[in-house]
Design a protein around this ligand. Structure first.
Ligand code: HEC
Ligand code: HEC
Length: 295
């Protein structure tokens, strides 16, 4: 406080009254005239307090103006498809997956981050909405139309992100059936059997037959790995390879379901095992009888 300029102390910024020597009028002049008296010092403190109060009020006001914006980030703005999806979700899915798809202990898992691909797969194949708790949600006639499954997917996508399907409905386009068959035998046949008829897994679970699946459902199953199925991300199977596999399932498998002749009920490795056991044992018994008869 060494400056003689009164503005430096009073903090007033009126340019005309602020110059030294131009005083004699207004609040500033009054302040300047009596600046050494204790009374004016008290007044200056009062002025500082008032300014502080004004600044606080302003900051508070600014906060209330911007605070709703901060809250709004918690509930993201939904697109119109997302809003339609939310309306469906609030009726059919909240009871098990919770009001913000965060999941409910003992009823349904969180859907945050599962992506629209998973929702579209589950809803369009009729697995969801699940009717009752069971080891594995089964394929059923779908409750929702394709458009509604996409809206539900869009809602969950906007909530938490996750894997998405490509736009097209013809995802086998350009796929190489022979290469798809090779990839299928390496990656899928262990569970779904060579003919795509499916097979049993442990604990009452099973890999279903692939015949009813659409292009988008096959792609989504690979991308999201439902239940015990592994996820085949784009690193494991590039999108072109997925197209090859889809082409093989749709054109190779479905058109020629039983390339080996008998399908043995298409029940997978167990029936094949039983069949080879019976045939093999009978053959061995006759062989040993034949050898015994010779000696
Ligand atoms: C009766 C309870 C119930 C209802 C209703 C229900 N779900 Fe589910 N949902 C489950 C259970 C349990 C699982 C996990 C078991 C499974 O995948 O088979 C699941 C799994 C899912 C998954 C797979 C999650 C993942 O990890 O990939 C999606 C997606 C899903 N549900 C979406 C929905 C949608 C959308 C609806 C409403 C149309 C719905 N669910 C209604 C119980 C339910
Ligand atoms: C470890 C076993 C396993 C492997 C390997 C596997 N799957 Fe699956 N798959 C499953 C199971 C289990 C389900 C049933 C999931 C459910 O019902 O939620 C399934 C479901 C599917 C479905 C859905 C069928 C329907 O009912 O709509 C398709 C399509 C599918 N798999 C394709 C594939 C393809 C393609 C591959 C290879 C790239 C593959 N799977 C590899 C176990 C497997």
């Amino acid at each position: 406080m060494t400056s003689d300029n009164p503005d430096a102390r009073s903090g007033a910024a009126a340019p005309s009254a602020g110059r030294p020597g131009s005083g004699g009028r207004g609040v500033l002049a009054r302040l300047r005239r009596g600046r050494s008296t204790p009374r004016s010092r008290g007044r200056r403190r009062l002025g500082a307090a008032v300014r502080l109060l004004a600044a606080l009020t302003l900051a508070g006001g600014a906060y209330t103006v911007f605070a709703p914006g901060l809250q709004a980030q918690d509930t993201p703005q939904l697109s119109s498809a997302g809003q339609d999806g939310k309306a469906l979700f609030d009726v059919s899915c909240v009871s098990c997956h919770g009001s913000n798809a965060q999941g409910i202990e003992g009823r349904g898992p969180s859907l945050i981050g599962v992506g629209s691909a998973s929702v579209e797969f589950q809803v369009s194949s009729g697995r969801m909405p699940m009717a009752r708790q069971e080891a594995q949600a089964e394929r059923k006639p779908p409750v929702f139309t394709d458009e509604q499954s996409r809206q539900l997917g869009q809602y969950v996508q906007e909530l938490g992100g996750g894997p998405q399907l490509p736009e097209s409905t013809d995802l086998a386009k350009g796929g190489d059936v022979a290469e798809g068959g090779r990839l299928f035998r390496i990656n899928c046949s262990s569970c779904h059997s060579f003919g795509g008829g499916g097979g049993a897994l442990s604990s009452g679970k099973f890999a279903p037959g692939l015949y009813p699946a659409t292009d988008r459902q096959i792609y989504a199953a690979m991308l999201t790995g439902p239940q015990n199925m592994p996820v085949f991300g784009d690193n494991q199977l590039r999108p072109e390879q997925k197209a090859d596999i889809i082409a093989f399932i749709q054109e190779g498998l479905k058109h020629d379901k039983d390339p080996g002749g008998f399908n043995l009920g298409r029940l997978g490795p167990s029936t094949e095992g039983v069949a080879i056991f019976l045939v093999g044992i009978v053959a061995l018994v006759f062989a040993s009888l034949w050898i015994a008869g010779k000696s």
